[in-house]
Structures are given as structure tokens and as C-alpha cells.
Design a protein around this ligand. Structure first.
Ligand SMILES: Nc1ncnc2c1ncn2[C@@H]1O[C@H](COP(=O)(O)OP(=O)(O)OP(=O)(O)O)[C@@H](O)[C@H]1O
Length: 384
């Protein structure tokens, strides 16, 4: 199989209605050839519909689908250069692994010896050649998934479309298969578009994360950008690990903007918002520090709160707080930090953060430069 990068995908104003329901609402998206793109979002946000539209298993109500710069909107699925790997793998139960993988070639009239050779090559790629004579019911979930992957790849697609490919696996196997998907992506150099509702999966795999909500694209960017520079309140909340708060603008300066919310005042990096407007901002939970003393009256970026949950997560501890200024507020500290300064449910504490750790989301966004090093993420081969 060629290692050259193929298969740029572009969606232009794609909309899909199912009767009254709008599943996909004017989606514009460019996925560069050879990318690993994850469509990420909550249940019902339109991820699967978007994937099926790219595959041609679903028609569009409006808009265009381009693959490798060709308009394929009306083209049959088998003529698009895409392959779709289904969520439940959809293997034929009565066929061996080899025959399952070779099936697509049989349909295309490829002679038996050639399809066997190619099926074996694909099974080798997914490290399942030793199991070629077994039927699906004689395989584990992870092994079935590898066979399904080989079957999708045998038609040599330019774009591989994966619908929640890891959701049926247990957490340990999921992490292992994540690394496998990344290896196969790198070896083949194809475009992968992978639907997931798991932030962790998208962060670990994608070089392009597309966050969807209500049929629309909320944000596209690298995992670093989406996590550290969320553009909307929805993205900050959905991606996790962020506290979202708001206040009304009382003063705008060159470097900072001053907000007030009840008795508190918050200083955030400069945003171009008129006085009196409501500005939303997020602060990463691991950038909030915990003080055991009461906040000084008149101090900025400090909240009084009550500890409501202490969740041990192995390398870190999440402390859930109740405070007036946010529906949900968490602090994440390392397990070492926690053991040095433990807190218990019911304790009153002060949550504090630096101005530079606040990031404004929504209509009034912080204009910040990116991290020049973030492109290195997800580029190395992962070993398991
Ligand atoms: N065949 C259909 N007929 C009617 N409505 C549909 C159909 N398929 C999807 N929908 C609706 O379109 C919306 C988007 O569905 P879609 O399956 O694309 O979402 P999703 O983000 O993939 O969700 P999930 O993560 O739960 O699979 C949902 O509200 C869904 O109910």
C-alpha cells in the first residue's frame, strides 16, 4: 500500500435534515490529506451523520462533499475512495477472518489467490495473521476490531472513516488499540476521520479535533488549542478540566479587563468588551491553587468555597467545590501536594489563580498566541 498522503476531505455548508430534525447544520470543514481527525461531541450532536455523509451512506439536504478536491456529493459510497468501519464491526459470523477481510475484494471480482494474498497482508498489518482461520465468535472484542479494521483497509481507501471504533473495548484494551490505530495511520499515511464522544481519545489521537454541538462545529484545532484556547463556553465545559465563570465588565485596560460578580472581582487578560457586558472565562482546574486561609477582602481572582468532593485519581486528586460563582468548580492537585495539604469534605477554602491563567470564551475572547511546541503532540509513535 502506498505511503504517499492522500485524501483531503472538505465539507462545504453541509446540512442534513431528518424530517423536522436538523442533524447537521451548515458544517464547513477542511481535513488535510493524511490527517488524523476526530469528530468529538456529546450524544446526538451530529458526528455519525457527518461521518456517514462523507462515506456516502447518507445523502445531504444541502451542501457539498469534496474528497481529494473532487465533488463526490452524489457519488456512490464504493466510488469515493472511503471505507467505513462500523461501531459493531459488522463481521460475517460464518466466515473466517481471512474471508471476512477478503470479502470486499470478492465483490470486486478479484481472483481468489490475489484476494487471499492481500487479506493476509492486511491481517499481518493488524497483527491478526495467526488467527486467519478463526471465525469472529472465536475472537476477543479487540481481535474482532482488528479484523474489522483490516477489512475496511483492504479496498485501499484514501480516507478511513471510523465510527466510535474503541467504544466496545474495555479501558485497558482501548488504550492499547488507540496506539495501534495511531501506528496504522502512520504506516499507511491515509486520512483518518474518527468519531468519538471521548475527550481523552480525541486528545490522544487527533492532530485535528473538531468539536461539534447541536449539528454545528464549535471549534476546530489541535488538541492543545482546543484544550488551552477553548473558543466557547461549550468547548471549555465539554473538553473538561476547566472552570467556567463570568462577570460584568467594570474597566478595560491595555493589558487586563476588570470584571465584577457579586462581591468578587476578577481580572482577566484584555478583552474588547464594552463596560457592563457579561464576559465568560475559563480557568484550568490544575491552574487553580488552594488556600486554607480566608480570601483577603477586595482581593481579585480568589473565591471562598466549601469542599464537597475529594476524588482520588491516582497521580492527582480532584477537589470538587461549592461556591456561588460557578455551578461546578474543581481544583486538581498532584497526589503529593494533596498529602502535604489535605482537605476534607466541609472544609472552607480559598481558590486562587493568576490573571494569565484566565481565558475568555464566547463572544469576547482572549486573543492569545499559540504554543509553538504544541504541534509535536500525537506525532511520535506510541509504544504499549
Ligand atoms: N435516521 C434518522 N432519522 C431521524 N433522526 C435521526 C436519524 N439519524 C440521526 N437522527 C438525529 O439526528 C441527530 C444527530 O444524530 P447523530 O447520530 O449524527 O449524532 P451523534 O453525535 O453521532 O450521536 P451518538 O454519539 O449518540 O451516536 C440526533 O438528534 C438524532 O436523533
Amino acid at each position: 500500500m502506498t505511503k504517499e498522503k492522500r485524501g483531503a476531505v472538505e465539507l462545504i455548508a453541509v446540512t442534513k435534515h431528518y424530517g423536522e430534525a436538523v442533524a447537521v447544520d451548515g458544517v464547513n470543514l477542511k481535513v488535510a490529506a493524511g490527517s488524523y481527525c476526530c469528530l468529538l461531541g456529546p450524544s446526538g450532536c451530529g458526528k455519525t451523520s457527518t461521518l456517514r455523509i462523507i462515506a456516502g451512506h447518507e445523502s445531504v439536504t444541502e451542501g457539498d462533499v469534496l474528497i481529494a478536491n473532487k465533488n463526490v456529493t452524489l457519488r456512490h459510497p464504493s466510488l469515493r475512495g472511503t471505507a467505513l468501519m462500523f461501531q459493531n464491526y459488522a463481521l460475517f459470523p460464518h466466515l473466517s477472518c481471512e474471508d471476512n477481510v477478503a470479502f470486499g475484494l470478492k465483490m470486486r471480482g478479484v481472483p481468489k489467490a490475489e484476494r487471499r494474498a492481500q487479506a493476509l497482508e492486511m491481517l499481518r498489518l493488524v497483527q491478526m495473521d495467526a488467527y486467519k482461520d478463526r471465525r469472529p465468535d472465536q475472537l476477543s472484542g479487540g481481535q474482532q476490531q482488528r479484523v474489522a479494521l483490516a477489512r475496511a483497509l483492504i479496498t485501499k481507501p484514501e480516507v478511513l472513516l471510523l465510527d466510535e471504533p474503541l467504544s466496545a473495548l474495555d479501558p485497558f484494551l482501548r488504550v492499547k488499540m488507540r496506539a495501534e490505530l495511531k501506528r496504522i495511520h502512520r504506516e499507511l499515511g491515509l486520512t483518518f476521520i474518527h468519531v468519538t464522544h471521548s475527550q481523552e481519545e480525541a486528545m490522544a489521537l487527533a492532530d485535528l479535533v473538531v468539536v461539534m454541538n447541536g449539528g454545528r462545529v464549535e471549534q476546530t484545532g489541535s488538541p492543545w488549542e482546543v484544550f488551552n484556547r477553548p473558543k466557547t463556553e461549550f468547548v471549555a465545559r465539554f473538553i473538561g478540566g476547566h472552570n467556567v465563570m463570568s462577570g460584568r465588565v467594570t474597566r478595560v485596560e491595555m493589558a487586563n479587563t476588570l470584571l465584577t460578580a457579586g462581591e468578587y472581582q476578577f481580572i482577566v487578560p484584555h478583552v474588547n468588551a464594552p463596560a457592563g457586558s457579561e464576559v465568560f472565562f475559563s480557568v484550568r482546574a490544575d491552574r487553580v491553587s488552594m488556600g486554607l486561609e480566608a480570601a483577603d477582602p477586595g482581593s481579585s481572582n480568589a473565591l471562598s468555597a466549601t469542599v464537597r468532593a475529594v476524588e482520588y485519581q491516582g497521580t492527582q486528586v480532584r477537589i470538587g467545590l461549592e461556591c456561588q460563582e460557578a455551578d461546578e468548580f474543581s481544583i486538581v492537585v498532584s497526589d503529593r501536594e494533596f498529602s502535604e495539604r489535605p482537605v476534607s469534605i466541609g472544609d472552607r477554602i480559598t481558590a486562587k489563580w493568576e490573571v494569565g491563567d484566565a481565558h475568555c470564551v464566547g463572544p469576547y475572547q482572549t486573543q492569545e498566541s499559540g504554543n509553538p511546541n504544541h504541534t509535536q503532540f500525537n506525532q511520535e509513535v506510541l509504544h504499549v
